[in-house]
Ligand binder design. Structure first.
Ligand SMILES: Cc1ncc(COP(=O)(O)O)c(C=O)c1O
Length: 456
């Protein structure tokens, strides 16, 4: 593109776009970044500068990397043939992807299409509310969520959000959502207890009992918390949560919007823990950002609750997502999943994830600022502290400076961003599942240099 044209585009962006999660004031004097092209893990901005993207499109999305013609071809072929019909009817890739997906999710059997993570989670909440209404006059309608988890941006998914800064100023919220504590050992006084995982899970039981088990319909949780600081649950946590949910008849709604589709080294994050969810929501990596598609997958038992004689006019899931009928979404998702299988990307995630963790753990010897490194697969966080002894978090400007320094070096990394008061101090890394040792070396070197520069 000619320089004058790209300048016009940057001008149009600055004058007319309202970007996501950004304070625009500084952009009155500097240009916004416009991403122009991408291939593999690399993207180029409007000035032709290349960056290594260690966050898969900023928010854990472009799992199979940029520039996949195979996905583009699949979407093109599908939308030329049949682009859209409301999902009250079926379409070919919709059925094919559902079959392929369910094959990776033993115990689940039904797939409901929508187009964002928030929306898929809302569907899960609606199922719980309707089930309660159909079965016991609405009593079992409450939904439990966890401190530090995030489930979306709509008012109701924010009502289920455990990140105070994402919620602040957006209330009043939807009633019937109840919070339980997080399970980050590093930030819990009980964290040194070898039985911490079980104890942390028992916080759930305390809340269920305090609220009255007959009122609790479901828990909605991330298998491994993402934007709340990359929290890998401690040993025994999920197993105990499962036992508690079974005991009190509480459905498990697993939010796999980030972890789903291989990010953690298994198809789904919950599969590391032997949990049996009743509902699973997924979005970002489902089609690696090549199409907007999200999914709610459920068990057959849950689906069967909504079967009734047609004469019962209200006893079915009266929900629709217009763009859940876009056939390009499942076409992209199918091609995306084929790539993950054919290229053995789950193996690569496990190998490269270990290599990344090792690299960051080695940096701990050099940089006192790294308090803890945690993660699973290519889903890794490094929490920054002022002092390892007291674990006092660095100010978020410090974490932002590290991210900024990496960017100057040509490496895009992420951080917890306006999520948790005082604790926006975790660097987030989630390179595409295709990354190599050289890519990881480049990422770790950039962080090494950035920490050195920022600590001065
Ligand atoms: C765990 C989790 N759930 C849900 C969402 C919401 O997804 P979306 O932005 O597609 O609505 C996000 C987004 O970051 C997320 O991280």
């Amino acid at each position: 593109m000619k320089p004058e044209n790209i300048n016009e585009i940057v001008g149009s962006d600055r004058n007319h776009l309202w970007h996501h999660l950004v304070q625009h004031k500084p952009w009155q004097s500097t240009d916004p970044m416009v991403i122009v092209e991408g291939k593999g893990l690399r993207v180029k901005d409007q000035n032709g500068r290349e960056f290594l993207d260690a966050v898969s499109g900023g928010v854990w999305t472009v799992n199979v990397g940029y520039g996949r013609e195979e996905i583009a071809d699949a979407v093109r072929d599908q939308i030329v043939k049949m682009c859209y019909f409301a999902n009250s009817a079926g379409n070919i890739p919709g059925a094919q992807f559902a079959e392929k997906l369910i094959d990776k999710m033993p115990g689940l059997s039904r797939v409901y299409y929508a187009n964002s993570g928030s929306e898929a989670n809302e569907k899960g909440f609606k199922l719980v509310r309707q089930l309660a209404a159909m079965k016991n006059d609405g009593k079992k309608h409450k939904i439990i969520y966890r401190d530090r988890d995030y489930h979306g941006t709509t008012i109701t998914t924010l009502s289920a959000g455990g990140q105070a800064q994402r919620k602040d100023q957006y209330g009043p919220f939807t009633p019937g959502f109840v919070e339980i504590p997080h399970c980050l050992a590093y930030r819990d006084p009980r964290g040194g207890d070898p039985d911490y995982g079980v104890q942390a899970a028992k916080d759930l039981e305390k809340v269920i009992l305090a609220e009255d088990p007959d009122t609790i319909g479901s828990i909605c949780m991330e298998p491994i918390t993402a934007g709340g600081g990359v929290i890998v649950p401690p040993e025994g946590y999920w197993e105990t949560v499962q036992e508690i949910c079974t005991r009190y008849g509480v459905l498990i709604h697993m939010d796999e919007v980030v972890c789903g589709m291989g990010r953690t080294g298994k198809w789904f994050g919950y599969q590391h823990y032997g949990v049996k969810p009743d509902m699973v929501t997924m979005a970002k990596g489902v089609a690696s950002g090549y199409a907007a598609i999200s999914v709610l997958a459920t068990t057959e038992d849950l689906f069967n609750e909504f079967l009734a004689e047609p004469s019962d006019q209200m006893h079915y899931f009266r929900d629709i997502s217009t763009f859940g009928g876009c056939a390009g979404g499942p076409a992209a998702a199918l091609a995306n999943m084929n790539i993950i299988e054919r290229e053995n990307l789950l193996d690569n995630v496990n190998q490269m994830g270990d290599y990344l963790m090792d690299g960051l753990n080695e940096l701990m010897d050099k940089h006192e600022m790294i308090g803890e490194v945690r993660g699973k697969g290519l889903f890794v966080g490094a929490e920054l502290v002022k002092d390892r002894g007291t674990r006092e978090p660095v100010d978020e400007t410090v974490a932002a400076a590290v991210v900024g320094d990496c960017l100057k070096q040509g490496v895009m990394i992420g951080r917890t961003n306006r999520s948790l008061p005082k604790y926006n101090n975790t660097l987030c890394l989630s390179p595409a599942l295709i990354c190599t040792r050289d890519d990881i070396d480049e990422i770790v070197t950039a962080i090494d240099v950035a920490l050195g520069n920022v600590a001065q």
